[in-house]
Structure formats: C-alpha cells, structure tokens
Design a protein. Structure first.
Length: 183
C-alpha cells in the first residue's frame, strides 16, 4: 500500500489518510456480498484439518473435571440449584416468588418418603412461607394454594414427582430421579 508513493513527498497526515483510503477500498472489495473471497477470510471449522479432534488436558482428573463441566449430570445440577439458592442468587435480596416456592417445595419433597400426601405437603409449605398465619382450621390461603400447585406442577414437569393412580391425594417420588442425600 505504501510502496506506490514515496513517503518523503507526502506529509504524515496525508500519507495516513491515503493509507486509510486504500485500506477502506480493499476492505469494501473483500467484504462485498458478491465477492467470494470474503468467505475465505475466516474458514468454516469443518474445512480445517482435524476439526473433530478436541485438544485438551492429558491427566485423568483434569479430563473428568472437563467432562463434568461440558456434560454435567442433570439430576445433581437440579438438586444443587434447588437446595443451594444462595449459590445461584448470591446478591439478590428479593427472589422471584416462583423460584422460592419451588425450592421450598423441593426441600419438603426431599424430607418425605416415597409416597407423599399432597395435603400434608401443602400444610408444611404454608407453615414455612407464612409461619404466623391464621388458625389451622381455616387452612392455607388461596394464594398459598396456587403457589404450591405451581411448584408441585414444576416438580412434576421436571420428572421428580408423578401422580398415583391408587390415591388422588398422594404423589409418588420418581425413583430414577432420586439423588442420595449428602451429609
């Protein structure tokens, strides 16, 4: 670019302008839509040799850590997210109520046996969310019941709970989705 004009005859600012103009023309030519050379600037990865080979660590512990990070165990990730909300929302003082409801319902879920009485689950849910609520004979408010049902349906959608055909007021834990409780 600079070889066409001698630098001694042009001042530096005009030489800079000329270089920028030539670069702009070249860039416009290369990146124009009708030019095939723009596709060759950054080749597609599948055109490169050995694109399917991943180069990484060689020690077994590092390989296992990389595998865990690239393909984490789903059940363990769900359990960690639902049990340790402080790790996932460290700064927030105010949670979205659906996240909090789901976490509370999951913690009660973990403490129960394989068959869960939904009404008992609702009463425990109400006792945690509103410890100073009205007398027990009135039951949970409509808002608490709707929040509980949303959390219960989210757990069902995740595959942690299913309805039983034997009794309408019971839910069953899915044994495949069970994760051993850490001490």
């Amino acid at each position: 670019l600079l070889a066409s004009k001698p630098s001694s005859t042009l001042p530096i600012s005009s030489l800079w302008k000329q270089t920028l103009e030539e670069f702009g023309k070249w860039l416009f030519e290369v990146l124009s839509p009708d030019n095939d050379s723009s596709r060759n600037l950054v080749p597609a990865p599948y055109n490169l040799p050995f694109y399917e080979v991943f180069y990484g660590p060689t020690q077994e512990a590092e390989i296992m850590a990389l595998t865990r990070n690239l393909n984490p165990p789903l059940i363990k990730s769900i359990q960690d997210a639902l049990c340790n909300t402080d790790c996932f929302f460290p700064i927030a003082d105010h949670f979205d109520s659906t996240v909090l409801d789901l976490c509370v319902a999951y913690k009660i879920y973990r403490e129960s046996s394989s068959l869960i009485n939904v009404y008992d689950w609702l009463i425990a849910f109400d006792a945690i969310l509103e410890p100073s609520s009205a007398p027990a004979d009135t039951g949970p408010s409509r808002l608490i019941r709707s929040r509980f049902l949303r959390a219960l349906l989210d757990l069902e959608q995740m595959g942690l709970v299913r309805r039983t055909k034997r009794r309408r007021d019971h839910a069953q834990k899915m044994p495949v989705m069970e994760v051993p409780v850490r001490p």
